[in-house]
Write a protein of this length. Structure first.
Length: 367
């Protein structure tokens, strides 16, 4: 197995890869920084590093398991075999190569990793002074071009401003004469306060008057309501008396109709009672007479589980599936496909059931 190629594939997406028995391969990236002491921009670096003591990172065994679609044990065995071959090569030749990564070189009792791609170290730093002159040269030219045509109008503006400042003192007395007029208007706001208090008093008085009127109307309504309720009671008594007289005349006719209706209802009940009896007679027994063998498709500890399995087949259209309850409560409940007279019939049906429905069904003799 090419272990280096798998490690390289993982390092494209992750920064660390752990190889059991070997160590961790890391992809290090350093961004560009500015060295103030030397006045240069250091280039960005991307390189590979090997740490034999670390155990962090993505396990290469899991990646190989997914890539080859094998079990975890098989992937681990293949990784261990590749690591053993790698150490044997280092023992024989002093170094071993990993595809796309670099070389592992023996140095005493430890290993030194020499990366294959060192292109990041070939970049040179960029001096900061090389960029600055372009900005320094263009800035003064723009400032000079802007200042030259504006020089003369600036003097004219200063002269006009001095003239305006001389005219302003003449207008200042007018501003001071207007301010006292605004102060005179302040007492107007103070006079409005008693008006609001007077309005509040009128609102309170109107509310009290409205409450009194509503209370009087409610009292009169209750008084007149009592009189009307007594009159209504008298009229209701008269209506009840008339209804009693009318019902006395209809009792005889209603009795005759009730007797006929009861006779019809009893006849209808008798006919309805005959139908369930007929359906019970036609219902198939749990174990028909003469049947000695059954095909068992399941055994369950509870009746609920047994009925759930039987109901699933019944909904699918197999109405012969049913539950055989046990004689003792602690015995398992049996779900059968159907019952048969002879064992030959049961064996013939068993082949169809095992092929199309339940593979582990079996034939059992009925007790």
């Amino acid at each position: 197995m090419d272990l280096g190629r798998y490690i390289y594939q993982v390092l494209k997406h992750r920064n660390e890869v752990f190889v059991i028995g070997l160590g961790v391969f890391k992809r290090i990236h350093t961004s560009s920084v500015f060295d103030e002491r030397k006045g240069v921009y250091l280039p960005p670096l991307t390189y590979l590093e090997f740490d034999p003591k670390s155990v962090d990172g993505v396990d290469i065994v899991e990646y190989i398991q997914q890539a080859k679609q094998v079990s975890h044990a098989d992937a681990q065995d293949s990784v261990q075999e590749a690591v053993i071959n790698l150490f044997e090569e280092i023992k024989d030749h002093g170094q071993a190569s990993l595809t796309h990564l670099g070389q592992l070189i023996r140095h005493g009792n430890s290993l030194v990793f020499k990366a294959e791609d060192l292109s990041g170290f070939q970049l040179e730093p960029v001096e900061a002074g090389e960029i600055l002159p372009t900005a320094v040269v263009t800035a003064p030219e723009e400032e000079l071009e802007v200042e030259e045509p504006v020089a003369e109008p600036a003097e004219e503006q200063t002269v006009e401003e001095t003239e305006v400042t001389e005219e302003v003192p003449n207008e200042e007395p007018v501003a001071f004469t207007e301010e006292p007029e605004a102060i005179v208007e302040e007492p107007v706001y103070e006079e409005e306060a008693p008006r609001s208090s007077n309005k509040l008093v009128w609102f309170i008085a109107a509310a009290i008057l409205a409450i009194a009127v509503i209370g009087g109307l409610a009292y009169n309504k209750g008084f007149f309501g009592k009189n009307t309720s007594t009159a209504a009671l008298d009229s209701n008594k008269q209506v009840i008396a008339q209804n009693n007289a009318a019902m006395a005349t209809t009792d005889s006719s209603s009795l005759a109709l009730d007797s006929l209706g009861r006779a019809d209802s009893t006849a209808a009940k008798d006919s309805a009672a005959v139908k369930p009896a007929a359906s019970e007679e036609t219902k198939k027994p749990l174990i028909p007479a003469g049947h000695q063998y059954s095909i068992v498709i399941g055994k369950h500890a509870t009746l609920a589980q047994a009925f759930d399995q039987a109901e699933s087949f019944n909904k699918a259209g197999v109405t012969s599936v049913r539950v055989i309850p046990s004689k003792l409560a602690h015995n398992k409940k049996t779900v059968i496909w159907d019952t048969y007279v002879t064992k030959a019939e049961a064996d013939s049906a068993l082949r169809v059931v095992q092929k199309r429905h339940v593979a582990d069904a079996w034939v059992q003799k009925l007790n």
